[in-house]
Each structure stands twice: as C-alpha cells, then as structure tokens.
Design a binder for this molecule. Structure first.
Ligand SMILES: [Zn+2]
Length: 114
C-alpha cells in the first residue's frame, strides 16, 4: 500500500523533528495532498491511525487532511482549468498542449506540539 509508506515517511520526519526540539507529544499534523498525487484519503487516514497507536509521540495526534485541487494550464489559450474534470484537453480551446500546475504534490504543512 502506497499510502502506508508515505505515512511512515511522515512519522519518520515527525520523530526526527521531535527529537531535535525535545517534543514529547504531537497535537496535530496538517498535510496537504494534491488531488492527483495518487494518495487515497481513506487509505492514508487508516494508515495514519494504525501507525499512531504504536507511537508515543503521535498517540493523541489529530490529522488534518487538506486536499489541493489539481489545476492544469493550457499553453494555447493561457487559461487554467480543473484537471480532474477535463483531463488533458483544454475545455476552452480543446488544445492538448496542457500541463499540470498544481495538485500532484504531498507535503507536511504544519505540526503542532503540546
Ligand atoms: Zn486552451
């Protein structure tokens, strides 16, 4: 499961930060996930909850999961549009010369500690 490895990576980073700053417990973690990043929210939340039980730092941590809309840009008419609705074809001029400008990244936005 792809989501589990991402969660494990998040936990690893939180562990490292907690050690650096002498943190005993994490209150909440906010992640921003692109719509087309390939991460499935339900799987991610399940994986997080599973990992959380085994981790002293995270046992009471809340997960804020923010979905970032996927936006594509059209090189021909210079407009942007929502990627998931129209895929590769621009809805304005029907050009295929489009590329994704946001929505494929995953990032840890904020970690709150007690
Ligand atoms: Zn266009």
């Amino acid at each position: 499961m792809h989501e589990l490895s991402i969660v494990m990576e998040v936990v690893k980073q939180v562990d490292r930060l907690a050690k650096e700053h002498n943190v005993k417990e994490v209150k909440s973690i906010t992640v921003e996930v692109g719509e087309v990043s390939g991460v499935v929210k339900d799987y991610f939340v399940d994986a997080f909850n599973w990992m959380r039980k085994k981790n002293e730092l995270l046992k009471n941590a809340e997960l804020n999961y923010i979905t970032i809309e996927a936006i594509s840009y059209c090189e021909d008419c210079k407009k942007t549009y929502p990627t998931t609705r129209y895929a590769k074809e621009c809805p304005y001029c029907h050009s295929q010369k489009t590329y994704l400008v946001s929505g494929k990244d995953f990032m840890i936005k904020e970690i709150k500690v007690i």
